[in-house]
Design a protein around this ligand. Structure first.
Ligand code: HEM
Length: 198
């Protein structure tokens, strides 16, 4: 079976750092936020250690998010008519009878997830995290750290579902990096054509 490479080893390692740091930050963050969930922080050695983990995994997350932004911003900001059509049929996820236009390397849903959640929320949560660490503009930093956390915690399960169970075959893009040509043609038809991969 002919395979095509969708991600580099560097992108996959970076995505792994992003997801591990996101999970550590989510667990410790919930542990700080709700006393009923404070038990989560015992797994990290108690609140004081959880705070140390939260800060340094926050640094790893911020660096990894910055690398993701540099890697995907060009692709994510290139919109065309097919992207608009993709949005108008919501990628065909809610009605399988609709015709879904071909996508480039990222479909419109991936572009929006990336721009809103990774660039917007990832950027703001990192910035406000550093502000909280340094004790600057605490009210503003607290408000936006919590708001962006909420948006990310709601959006990430959707990203995980769409990248695994909802689209079988996609997960290996972030483990092995390659997919069958037939799969790539179906999901990222314009990219396959542009790169002359078929
Ligand atoms: C268990 C957790 C996760 C899984 C299983 C997962 C899976 C995937 C997969 C399979 C792709 C490739 C999609 C494609 O090329 O079509 C991807 C892309 C991506 N993921 Fe994740 N991911 C997870 C967590 C995260 C987290 C926590 C973030 C950021 C906060 C993130 C950010 C991204 C970005 C920016 C991309 C590239 C753009 C895109 O294709 O959407 N991922 N992920």
């Amino acid at each position: 079976m002919k395979m095509v490479q969708k991600t580099t080893a560097f992108e996959r390692v970076n995505h792994f750092v992003l997801l591990v740091s996101f999970f550590v930050l989510t667990f410790t963050g919930f542990g700080f936020m709700y006393s009923a969930l404070n038990w989560m922080n015992t797994a990290f050695g108690g609140n004081a250690w959880a705070s140390v983990f939260h800060k340094w995994f926050g640094v790893a997350f911020a660096i990894s998010a910055a690398i993701s932004i540099a890697s995907y911003i060009g692709e994510a900001l290139s919109f065309d008519d097919d992207d608009k059509k993709w949005l108008s049929v919501l990628g065909g996820y809610f009605d399988k009878s609709l015709e879904v236009p071909p996508s480039g390397k990222m479909n419109m849903g991936q572009k929006l997830f990336f721009l809103i959640i990774v660039v917007g929320c990832g950027g703001l949560i990192s910035l406000t995290g550093f502000m909280l660490w340094l004790g600057s503009s605490m009210a503003f930093a607290h408000l936006f750290h919590s708001l962006t956390f909420f948006l990310m915690v709601v959006a990430l399960p959707l990203h995980i579902y769409l990248a695994t169970a909802a689209n079988p075959g996609t997960f290996r893009i972030m483990t092995r990096g390659d997919v069958p040509l037939s799969f790539a043609k179906k999901k990222y038809g314009k990219w396959v054509k542009e790169e002359g991969l078929d």
